[in-house]
Design a protein around this ligand. Structure first.
Ligand SMILES: C[S@@+](CC[C@H](N)C(=O)[O-])C[C@H]1O[C@@H](n2cnc3c(N)ncnc32)[C@H](O)[C@@H]1O
Length: 231
């Protein structure tokens, strides 16, 4: 399994808890992506880098048939507990082809905050295009390039790999800064058609539990989310 980017051991355990309630994942990225997904009842959906299974559980609860793939055995354990048998979950390194999936066998794919971790994105996008049916949809969210630029400094156009400390700073995630031009350019070059782009702001519920985070995330972009179609 991919050692540099998948969230193993203590990092996986930390992320499982963090993604459950954090202003970023629970109140900003996830509500925006689920809104983009729309009505998923009856759809077969691939959850690419399913983490602790929050998307898989929610999409299943909304009537979708979900297959989740994840490179961290730690997170897969959390995901299994969360989906409680309502989604199929597989250990899979996203640097490898999606050999388990037949051509045109999914109606949709969700790739939430995973894209920036992947090195062979051209191959992953080619594989997603292959396994989606014609007119199928792909949702991708990523760290907002402006947020990365504000945080890391240097050139906005840099494509360097960075370590972002999490929690008390003992743990960090490893990902690539991707300028907007590269992010959208790669998705379009893979043959997808852009349908919607959003810069998610936090859901109203955050205001009651963390007003400071609510105000901050309303003023500074944290993520970028797109809905694409496979022609
Ligand atoms: C920020 S988390 C997002 C998880 C989930 N999509 C969510 O939004 O809650 C990034 C996920 O990508 C996974 N990941 C990173 N590189 C991977 C790889 N090469 N193969 C499989 N999974 C990978 C990590 O283990 C982690 O679960």
């Amino acid at each position: 399994m991919h050692k540099a980017t998948a969230y193993h051991g203590a990092l996986g355990d930390f992320f499982a808890e963090h993604s459950d309630t954090s202003p970023y994942n629970a109140y900003t990225d996830r509500p925006a992506m689920l809104r983009l997904a729309g009505d998923v009842s009856g759809a077969r959906i691939l959850d690419v880098g399913c983490g602790a299974g929050h998307y898989a559980a929610e999409l299943s609860a909304r009537g979708a048939q979900v297959v989740g793939i994840e490179g961290s055995a730690t997170l897969l354990r959390h995901a299994r507990a969360r989906v409680n048998g309502h989604a199929e979950l597989l250990l899979h390194d996203l640097e490898e082809p999606l050999g388990f999936a037949a051509d045109a066998s999914f109606d949709g794919a969700v790739c939430a905050l995973v894209y920036e971790h992947i090195r062979n994105r051209v191959r992953l996008l080619g594989e997603l295009r292959r396994i989606l049916r014609p007119d199928g949809w792909l949702l991708v969210s990523t760290t907002h390039p402006t947020a990365d630029w504000c945080h890391f400094g240097g050139s906005y156009f840099s494509h360097d790999w960075r370590d972002l400390p999490l929690g008390d700073g003992e743990l960090s995630i490893h990902y690539q800064r991707i300028p907007l031009e590269t992010f959208l350019g790669e998705l379009l070059a893979a043959g997808f058609v852009l349908e919607q782009l959003v810069e998610p702001r936090p859901a109203a519920g955050l205001r009651e539990i963390d007003e400071t985070a609510y105000e901050k995330l309303h003023q500074a972009p944290s993520f970028l989310a797109v809905k694409l179609r496979r022609p």
